[in-house]
Design a protein around this ligand. Structure first.
Ligand SMILES: NC(=O)c1ccc[n+]([C@@H]2O[C@H](COP(=O)([O-])OP(=O)(O)OC[C@H]3O[C@@H](n4cnc5c(N)ncnc54)[C@H](O)[C@@H]3O)[C@@H](O)[C@H]2O)c1
Length: 333
């Protein structure tokens, strides 16, 4: 059976993420796209040979043949569109951050459950060979307990990613800035690798360079339920940008991402006997890409690795950080 997909949002991630990603999914066909900008919808339909395009996503949801929907629009629209798609009986792959409030996130989870459809949130870094290899290393016990984590993810800013995407700088449309955009990836992948939920968060945000009413930089301290400590830093003022995470463990250190010390995506340093391991990474993550995983979950009925509950946990930490900044307090998660 072919799974038929509709993509809402023909901007940057709709193009280089979803429409590109579904090309590599077996038994999958994108049959419609939608964007309020008709030119963008038409151009995307032509580029990917998609038979239908719409300016009103609700008309696309009315297409009976569509099984699944990608939501790839500005953050404030995620909840409305996801809930409408679930109520139309479609499975949903929604971009991150999943929503702008916890109430919206819960309504999305409820809508998916009520309609018995899959809801996956695009927490992209879990679907990487390096994250999945790091998880295996931690699970093997080779490094012992993770005591603390320092994580950094920065870019020069959304204007270098999607020049049309002015909404990124507007709090009403985006909810948050660099921390909601990039920091949320760090929170998700660090939660996954630490294997524990965040218990408390406190932090600071700033707007150093961008004309925006959201943060272009932020830092937060995390206390995990298992005792691990973390510091996360994200910014839109990094030139040229990059992601690196260091896990300081009982029996050594794991370097994840393009860290300053090694030009390798994953490095393990062990204390006893002193040794450095450079794990071979497969070309593809075992889970498949986030698009392949979504299709697999639709076919198998399995809950996605980054389902609505997981997306909401990451969102809760980001909202906790913003509350911490606003009130000058430590926030319980
Ligand atoms: N998972 C990732 O790694 C990743 C990376 C980049 C962006 N994102 C997320 O993807 C989402 C979109 O980001 P982007 O960079 O593609 O932004 P973008 O500005 O490039 O594209 C957004 C598109 O949505 C369209 N749109 C706006 N309102 C609409 C509506 N009512 N109906 C239909 N279309 C509408 C716009 O016209 C535009 O084409 C955001 O939530 C962002 O956080 C995720």
């Amino acid at each position: 059976m072919t799974i038929k997909v509709g993509v809402i949002g023909c901007g940057k991630i709709g193009d280089v993420g979803h429409l590109t990603g579904y090309k590599d999914c077996p038994n999958t066909q994108v049959v419609a796209v939608s964007d309020i900008n008709e030119k963008a919808a038409k151009a995307m339909a032509e580029k990917y040979q998609v038979p239908h395009y719409f300016t009103d996503y609700k008309e696309m949801l009315a297409m009976k043949e569509i099984d699944a929907i990608s939501v790839a629009v500005p953050n404030f629209l995620h909840a409305e569109m996801t809930i409408a798609a679930c109520n139309a009986g479609k499975h949903v792959l929604c971009e991150k951050p999943m929503a702008t409030t916890l109430e919206e996130a819960q309504l999305m989870i409820d809508a998916a459950q009520r309609n018995k459809v899959i809801l996956e949130i695009c927490m992209a870094y879990r679907y990487t060979a390096q994250a999945q290899a790091a998880k295996k290393i931690f699970d093997s016990g080779m490094l012992g307990k993770i005591n603390s984590v320092v994580a950094v993810f920065g870019s020069p800013g959304p204007e270098f990613w999607s020049p049309e995407g002015q909404w990124f700088f507007n709090k009403k449309l985006a909810m948050g800035g660099a921390m909601a955009d990039l920091g949320i990836h760090l929170i998700d992948v660090v939660r996954y690798l630490v294997g524990s939920d965040v218990s408390k968060v406190c932090g600071f945000t700033a707007t150093h360079e961008k004309k925006a009413d959201v943060d272009d930089s932020g830092v937060c301290s995390l206390l995990f339920k298992n005792g691990t400590l973390g510091t996360l830093f994200s910014s839109w003022t990094y030139k040229p940008g990059g992601m690196y995470i260091t896990f300081f463990c009982e029996k050594g250190t794991l370097y994840f991402g393009r860290n300053p010390r090694y030009d390798k995506p994953l490095v393990v340093e062990l204390v006893d006997p002193p040794s450095t391991l450079l794990p071979e990474l497969p070309a593809m993550p075992e889970s498949g890409t986030r698009y392949q995983h979504f299709i697999h979950c639709i076919e198998s009925g399995q809950s996605p690795m980054t389902n609505g509950t997981e997306g909401m946990k990451a969102l809760k930490v980001i909202l906790g950080l913003y509350e911490s900044m606003e009130k000058g307090i430590t926030v319980e998660i």
